[in-house]
Design a protein around this ligand. Structure first.
Ligand code: NAI
Ligand code: MG
Length: 473
């Protein structure tokens, strides 16, 4: 019998009121995966009401005790990492080592915010004698957290840890394609002693459970990670309801390599940048801008490094059938646009991978920045290389994108590195490295990549509102 996964509401497992389940798919073979509770408005109501009832008590909970619980949850995640990885691998098909790495970062979020339960602090405003004026940071109350299927536990932890640290309560709606670890996380939270109702998981489909959650009058802020179009849909509702929103959307991030860079290391990192998690990473480095004098030589190095990524071994499948079809449709667009595939652009013809959503890691070279493959988010292991001549060209090309999530610049010239970092429109910039797992680093988008910030102390600013108290004496 298939695993049935139920909601986690008020500190216990709750079946869907409709009795119906969504059949998930196993991305490694196309067979049946877990059955996921298909939440409806009644279930959303139960989850949000449970959270709303817990909100006041959690706000008044002694902060040191709140921090201790977050720390206990971090330890519980680590102690259960293997079991969590089993679930993550079952849902996503990703290589176990990647799942374990993501789960470790999930633990690190709770560990980091555990020590920051009293941040940000309020101020005393010295205005005039006879007046005592101070500010307080107060939680919003119920936060609706909607996460995608690519890095499930990690993305849930990234939003839940600062939200809970800042004394909010949460209702998480994970993606229907990979829901199991969010429920396991909530169960662990209950086991380590989080009060019932502080950490709820509501399962179901986006346009049903997700949409109802955003509309629920007791949800006071939404944090969404996913596609631009759903971000826009949620944005309309948030505008009508006048509630704040954090949007962490997609990207087409530029990785800029100058001719004086450490090319060997840059090539390896470029592959990590576009092929990690089979390219299903919002901050993937999928536009490789290479100085023309070294373009062909460097692309060859990147292609060689790409050969080390083997589908079914250290390169997982696309996680959903829709994503598998989308990536193949981009292979077709590339053919129509006459792009040169230096490697990939097709499916592996390995018997053992039959039925799974695997594609070959792909590099298209000498692509024009205006091509669809250079402008649209593929969300698969697909890289385009774009030659450039000068520093100004590199900056102009990097910024000629609707997106602006992250970027990297490779050069030994520190002044140039800093000039480029100044001028790129993106929320995180890397110099002579690609990406960071560090939970301390504020993360979020410019332009269509979203707004609001996650991670770091900065995230706490987005999970609280300021009250100013004026006292005459
Ligand atoms: P999606 O945006 O539909 O799904 C993300 C989450 O939103 C899921 O939990 C889903 O159930 C929920 N959702 C969907 N419709 C909703 C609605 N009307 N109201 C409330 N919640 C809703 O993403 P999808 O369709 O799975 O992927 C499409 C594309 O989005 C990908 O090809 C990729 O380009 C991008 N994407 C970006 C991600 C990121 O990390 N920034 C993650 C996943 C996808
Ligand atoms: Mg799945």
């Amino acid at each position: 019998m298939a695993t049935r996964v139920n909601h986690w509401i008020g500190g216990r497992s709750v079946e869907p009121s409709s009795g119906s389940y969504h059949q998930d798919v196993n991305p490694t073979n196309g067979g049946a995966g877990a059955e996921i509770a298909r939440g409806n408005s009644e279930d959303v109501n139960a989850a949000v009401e449970s959270a709303a009832q817990a909100a006041r008590g959690w706000h008044r909970f002694p902060s040191a005790k709140r921090g201790r619980l977050l720390g206990d949850l971090a330890r519980a995640i680590r102690a259960n990492a293997e079991a969590l990885a089993d679930l993550e691998v079952e849902d996503t098909g990703k290589p176990r080592a990647e799942a374990l790495g993501e789960i470790e970062v999930g633990a690190a979020y709770f560990e980091f915010y555990a020590g920051l339960v009293n941040l940000p602090i309020g101020d005393n405003l010295d205005i005039e004698p006879g007046q005592h004026v101070y500010t307080r940071r107060e939680p919003y109350g119920v936060i609706g957290i909607i996460t995608p299927w690519n890095v499930p536990l990690n993305q849930a932890a990234r939003a839940c840890a600062p939200a809970l640290a800042a004394a909010n309560v949460v209702v998480v709606k994970p993606a229907e394609d990979s829901s199991q670890t969010s429920v396991a996380l909530a169960r662990l939270a209950t086991e380590v002693g989080f009060p019932d109702g502080t950490f709820n998981v509501l399962l179901g489909l986006g346009p049903e459970a997700g949409a109802e959650l955003v509309r629920h009058p007791s949800v006071r802020k939404v944090a969404f990670t996913g596609s631009v179009s759903v971000g826009q849909t949620i944005g309309h509702v948030a505008a009508e309801r006048v509630i704040p929103l954090t949007l962490e959307l997609g990207g087409k991030s530029a990785n800029i390599v100058f001719d004086d860079a450490d090319l060997e290391f840059a090539a390896k990192e470029a592959v990590r940048g576009f092929a990690t998690n089979a390219g299903q990473v919002c901050s993937a480095g999928t536009r490789l801008l290479v100085q023309r004098s070294i373009h062909d030589q460097f692309v060859k190095m990147v292609v060689d490094a790409t050969r080390t990524r083997r589908p079914g071994e250290n390169l997982g499948p696309l996680i959903t059938r829709a994503q598998y079809e989308q990536v193949q449709s981009y292979f077709e667009v590339a053919r129509q646009e006459g792009l040169t595939a230096e490697i990939g652009g097709d499916l592996p013809n390995d018997e053992a991978l039959q039925g799974g959503f695997f594609v070959n890691p792909t590099v298209y070279s000498n692509v024009d920045n205006s091509a669809r493959l250079a402008q649209e988010e593929v969300f698969g292991p697909v890289l385009v290389t774009i030659p450039f001549d000068t520093e100004e060209d590199a900056i102009r090309l990097a910024n000629s994108s609707d997106y602006g999530l992250v970027a990297a610049v490779w050069t030994k010239d520190i002044s140039r590195a800093l000039r480029v970092a100044d001028d790129i429109e993106a929320g995180q910039i890397f110099v002579n490295t690609w990406s960071t797992g560090a939970v301390q680093t504020p993360f979020g988008g410019y332009k269509h990549s979203g707004y609001g910030r996650e991670k770091g102390i900065e995230a706490l600013n987005h999970y609280g509102q300021v009250k100013c108290v004026v006292v005459k004496y």
